[in-house]
Design a protein around this ligand. Structure first.
Ligand SMILES: Nc1nc2c(ncn2[C@@H]2O[C@H](COP(=O)(O)OP(=O)(O)OP(=O)(O)O)[C@@H](O)[C@H]2O)c(=O)[nH]1
Ligand SMILES: [Mg+2]
Length: 222
């Protein structure tokens, strides 16, 4: 099973991008599932369920959402392995700008939108700074100049990340600086042999079974 962590500020387009990406995988024999982490409220689980995607959700309440993520992700991974999913996507709203819901060696994708303001890339800390791939959404409602300025602010904060411009409404990738036409290539299980991860200058993501450590999750609320 391939685990991919997708994070980003609230309403940046994470669910839209994930839904479009998974829809693009239809017919390829991949069994995907999603886990949604949020702080106080989410109805994303309903959207995933409606799309026929198995989903779990966890709300951190008064805890730091990223610490809550760390405490629970292994339990979720166990669920994914038991159910024999090929791909487990974790969606987290970045509510704690000091931390990030990323795991060393597991592909980290940050979704940020063109409307969030040109200083937002500097404000959201490790969630953007340590991402392998940055997806910029909502380019359809800003000008070309605004898209370019925003992308350069993003790249200045994280020069090593691959940046993809994706329209969350259509799933189309535009202005990609890499030869990937859709997010599908970023999050697809490498074992299927059609991921263009290497073309994106990203190291091949190890599968979860390769990454399993000894630490155990302590808490999981659904
Ligand atoms: N115009 C436009 N709207 C978009 C795009 N991507 C997402 N949206 C809209 O932005 C809103 C928020 O999108 P979501 O996908 O729910 O965002 P999210 O990051 O999952 O939100 P939370 O999980 O609540 O933090 C929705 O109304 C989407 O239709 C885009 O590329 N262009
Ligand atoms: Mg969402």
């Amino acid at each position: 099973m391939n685990l991919v962590t997708i994070s980003g500020p609230p309403s940046s387009g994470k669910t839209s991008v994930i839904l479009k990406t998974i829809a693009a995988m239809t017919g390829r024999g991949i069994k995907p599932a999603v886990v949604k982490f949020d702080c106080l409220y989410t109805d994303d689980d309903e959207l995933y369920r409606k799309a026929g995607i198995p989903v779990k959700k966890g709300l951190s309440g008064s805890l730091c959402p990223d610490h809550y993520f760390v405490s629970n992700i292994e339990t979720v991974v166990d669920w994914g392995l038991e159910q024999e999913y090929d791909l487990l996507v974790s969606e987290s709203a970045g509510l704690c700008n000091r931390c990030s819901p990323y795991i060393k060696g597991i592909r980290a994708v940050c979704v940020i939108d063109n409307l969030s303001g040109i200083n937002t890339p500097k404000k959201i800390g490790p969630m953007l700074k340590s991402a392998d791939v940055i997806v910029i959404t909502k380019g359809d409602i800003v000008s070309q100049a605004e898209r370019e300025v925003f992308a350069s602010r993003v790249q200045a904060v994280n020069p090593r990340a691959v940046i993809l411009h994706v329209n969350g409404l259509t799933g189309q990738a535009v202005m990609s600086s890499v030869p990937c036409s859709t997010m599908m290539h970023i999050i697809s299980p490498p074992s299927r042999g059609w991921s263009c991860v290497s073309a994106c200058r990203q190291p091949s993501a190890p599968t979860v079974s390769e990454r399993r450590g000894s630490a155990r999750a302590t808490r999981w609320v659904m």
